[in-house]
Design a protein around this ligand. Structure first.
Ligand code: GUN
Ligand code: FE
Length: 436
């Protein structure tokens, strides 16, 4: 009997293709063909191979084509007050603005309205993948997941767990928090999402008792889930954690004690601004991902994380917007803030390490963070085909510019009007049309 070959689904984009070869080098292929076969990158070609002839080609003219960006840390319920409430340090900011806003997501009407806006705007951005916090509320978390699923974005979404140090209405009983989490996981399983998955989300140690973290560790094993949380963000927070968990060697040791800090459990920790040598060593041993959120670190007066060091030492580092401590979901802004922050760190704090480069921040926003989702964030063959088309023709200039210079300018100007098209796993989410 002859074998039946299913014809591969081919998609071809033509333009100026840019991706990170590694943290220090960009691969730039001008006026080339980027070929996708069955949702994966097939290759990049200067001239299209004969075997691919006959497939339709999306000619993007002089546009740049980059891998989709990954936001490793964003709070969906806080999107409603982005760009506001920037006058307080982390713990006071949580009490004064964040917790009262998050309480509103007990009401489905409010949650529906707010999460529609969030999902729509995320869809329009340059982000293709994201790790997302919701609130403690299970029904609203399902609404968020349903809406994100429909956008085509690939997301990991977490129902937040909190059983202490929160106002009434945002504080769960320990066993109730665990039971609700398990009901949520079963509900997610029954939905059969293609793009959206669950991620366990203890808010941070001050919000979670040891018993809650222990129970989440058990759920992690039972369901083989990833985990997201906050780590060593702000000095007053770190001091508080050492008082709450005097038995711990350092902040991250608390998560590790309960089996939710890398190793068998993929984990992404936001911030790591003030991690100790011991904590850094443990993160390296366990392959913990760091979500660097530079704008947030400035806005809530946390400090400047030593990301240059994390990158040089081969750690897993990506970027996070951390909305609403960060003001925007625009990851070009996060890249620009990362460079600027690193310059201040170099000038004021540690002259031994140079500021971050454009190559490094682009790497973090694509390959670095993308790796949390597997083979993602690159255009090497076999990677998942997530691509963003950038049209910078509105930014006129008298002189000739290289593709690298154009990418640099798009990053620093950080204006998402340049986003013209977006593809995830080979599917077109949108391509704003006019014929070039
Ligand atoms: N730590 C605990 N919760 C939060 C939050 O919502 N935002 C930030 N930036 N840090 C946190
Ligand atoms: Fe956060």
């Amino acid at each position: 009997m002859g074998r039946l070959w299913k014809k591969k689904e081919i998609r071809i984009l033509k333009g100026n293709i840019v991706y990170s070869r590694n943290k220090d080098e960009l691969e730039i292929c001008e006026h080339s063909y980027l070929v996708c076969a069955d949702g994966k990158v097939d290759g990049i070609y200067q001239t299209l191979p004969f075997r691919l002839g006959g497939n339709p080609i999306r000619d993007c003219g002089d546009c740049l084509i980059i891998p989709g960006l990954t936001d490793l840390h964003i709070h969906a319920p806080q999107y409603s007050f982005r760009g506001m409430a920037m006058d307080l340090e982390l713990l006071d900011w949580l009490d004064a603005y964040t917790f009262p806003e998050e309480m509103k997501y007990g009401e489905m009407e409010y949650a529906g309205k707010a999460y529609s806006i969030f999902a729509e705007n995320m869809k329009k951005s340059a982000v293709t993948r994201a790790c997302v916090f919701s609130t403690i509320h299970r029904p609203a978390t399902m609404v968020l997941m349903d809406k994100l699923e429909k956008t085509g974005l690939v997301t990991l979404v977490g129902k937040v767990n909190m059983d202490r140090n929160a106002p009434e209405g945002l504080c769960e009983e320990t066993e109730e928090s665990l039971a609700e989490t398990e009901i949520w996981l079963e509900e997610v399983r029954s939905r059969d999402y293609r793009n959206t998955g669950p991620i366990l989300t203890p808010r941070f140690v001050p919000s979670c008792t040891d018993r809650l973290l222990e129970g989440l560790g058990e759920l992690q094993k039972k369901y083989a889930l990833p985990v997201q949380s906050h780590l060593s963000e702000n000095l007053s927070e770190i001091r508080w954690v050492s008082e709450l968990c005097p038995w711990s060697g350092f902040y991250g040791d608390v998560y590790d004690r309960f089996g939710i800090f890398g190793g068998e459990c993929p984990a992404v920790m936001a911030h790591c601004v003030h991690s100790t040598e011991e904590e850094i060593l443990r993160m390296k041993e366990k392959g913990v991902f760091i979500a660097h959120c530079p704008e947030s670190n400035m806005n809530v007066a946390s400090g400047i994380a030593p990301v240059k060091r994390y990158l040089e030492e081969g750690m897993n580092v990506g970027l996070g917007s951390d909305v609403a401590a960060g003001s925007t979901e625009n990851l070009f802004a996060a890249m620009a803030h990362a460079v600027r922050g690193s310059k201040l760190r170099w000038r004021l704090q540690d002259e031994s390490r140079k500021p971050l480069t454009v190559e490094e921040v682009f790497y973090m926003a694509t390959r670095g963070g993308g790796a949390f989702f597997g083979k993602n964030g690159s255009f090497e063959p076999g990677y998942e085909f997530d691509a963003v088309v950038l049209d910078d023709s509105r930014l006129s200039h008298p002189q000739g510019l290289s593709v690298r210079e154009r990418l640099e300018r798009i990053i620093y100007l950080a204006d998402e009007r340049e986003v013209r098209g977006k593809y995830i796993r080979g599917n077109e989410l949108f391509f704003y049309g006019y014929n070039i």
